[in-house]
Design a protein around this ligand. Sequence first.
Ligand code: TRP
Length: 324
Amino acid sequence: MSRLFSGIQPSGELTIGNYLGAIRNWVSLLDQYSSIFCIVDLHAQTIQYEPQEMQDRILAAMAANMAAGLDPDRCIIFVQSHVVEHTELTWYLNTVTPMGDLGRMTQFKEKSQQHKENINVGLFSYPVLQSADILLYKADKVPVGEDQVQHIELSREVARRFNSRYGDVFPEPEALLSPTPRLMGLDGKNKMSKSMNNYIGLVEEPESIRKKLAGAMTDENRKRRTDPGNPDICNIFTLHKSFSSDEEVGMVDTECRRAGIGCVDCKKMLADNMLVELDPIRERYHDLQKDPDRLRHILQKGADQARPIAEETIREVRKAMGLR
Ligand code: TRP
């Protein structure tokens, strides 16, 4: 079976953008690949953070991903810093990565704009750590959102440079895009994100989700209930495609164009369908959060499964590079 790897930011609250862009796709791939998921606490250190909050963030990310269907019996899931080989491989890969390649990374440019007071070397080398994550397990497929494709391209380049300098060790990983790689926010203009405050949380309370949807942007040209709308440019319609049945999507499409359904009813229908999927996830999330010891135990077991694979690769790399 070919191997799949992806990284999970321990960034507290997840949005339905994260869910549709990543987690839901991962869950659908679990049985097709030998899958490894890693909660990337080392990556999270590249942005200023509160040390006493880190463990809660890790457990919250674990609970949310498990609640959404990442079943630890069908994949390996662990915390990056628990397998020290990630940092070791990062160093080796740093030595085959040109600075120019890293300076061109969109995420680096954006994050250094957002955090001008803390443009650290770790932030610069972030994609090398990400390459190390992937290459350490010789993963073939990396399911990510659109914003990470550039980093996966870089990891291919890093693998290629390493192989040509030190011999064939790494396969070149390939990005796998989800069917909804990029979700717009409730403003209908920007990508859904917490920082833009235009999001719906994966484990948000139902009343709050309904309220946010009620205020969400639709087709701007549709001013009155009697105006025909254009679903092609309406973000609510995009969400219908992710949460409603094909029949309902077809109905909304037709009825919106002939002003047969208004935005209020269309949104209400969406909220109902969304909550059918999200209610059980939210409930499982709160149950899992009640038992942090169990989460810690599962993560420890995951690290114990990941470590031997990582150690084997590191042995090979050291040998290839002429180290002990
Ligand atoms: N950088 C990724 C993100 O922000 C997270 C990540 C870290 C990752 N390591 C990875 C994704 C390895 C895929 C593979 O979403």
